[in-house]
Design a protein around this ligand. Sequence first.
Ligand code: LER
Ligand code: MN
Length: 269
Amino acid sequence: MKSAITIALAPGITYGPWVYWHHLEEGMQKAAALGFDAIELFTAGTAPDVAQVQALCSTYGLSVAAVGTGAGKVIQGLTLTHADAAVRQKAIGFIADMIDYGAAFGAPAIIGSMQGHVSASGRETTLQWLAEGLATLSAKAKAKQVPLIYEPLNRYETDLFNTVESAVSFIKAHQLENVLLLADLFHMNIEERSVAGTLEEHGEYIGHIHFADSNRRAMGMGHTDMEPIAAALRKIGYKGYLSAEVFPLPDTDAAAQQTIHAFRQWFGN
Ligand code: LER
Ligand code: MN
């Protein structure tokens, strides 16, 4: 298992569950000093450019774990399930560009808030749009040799899929190859009957993890019982990233330090 930490670079976004903010090199330098394996980027699009990020990755010995696409919704109002077909098409275009961007670093793109909500056209039609978007984008990701990562979110953020099991059923029903799920431990704490049990049951579908405690602070700062979760991840042979998508509380450095401390405590490297 590998450690990662988030860096938010989207201009104008000043609040959210990301640890490092606004300064790519400073974030990378701090992440490297703490011994993280990788960074996860939350950008407004495909900037900073690939060459610059690659150069910094080699300077600091870091990889890119994943790239988020949520700014497409927050800044541009795009979702894969928007009632307007032109907006859905733009959302696909935005995510397609982010797949290319991530793939340049060998990293997958994450579809979280870009999934949107059930539209006025009803759940069935909305899920058809979602399936079509994911089919197009996962084929694109496959051509770039990365998976497409779909993230079930808690009920306050989407009414599409809140649990891993419901998302797995959807992927299977639509035969969506190359789509893996993001297990965000914060969302799972709200929605799952058993976080560890769910991870064990659906291990083959877990492609990325957001390593967050129950209150969306660094793991160890809330009340999540990490022991059975760590055991489940070992049992399923999870080899991917645990990436800190958490609030910078009580401050950025404390959140980063606690994350790497918890990562070593549970996974030992
Ligand atoms: C949103 O709550 C979230 O967890 C992100 O990873 C998705 O954009
Ligand atoms: Mn998340």
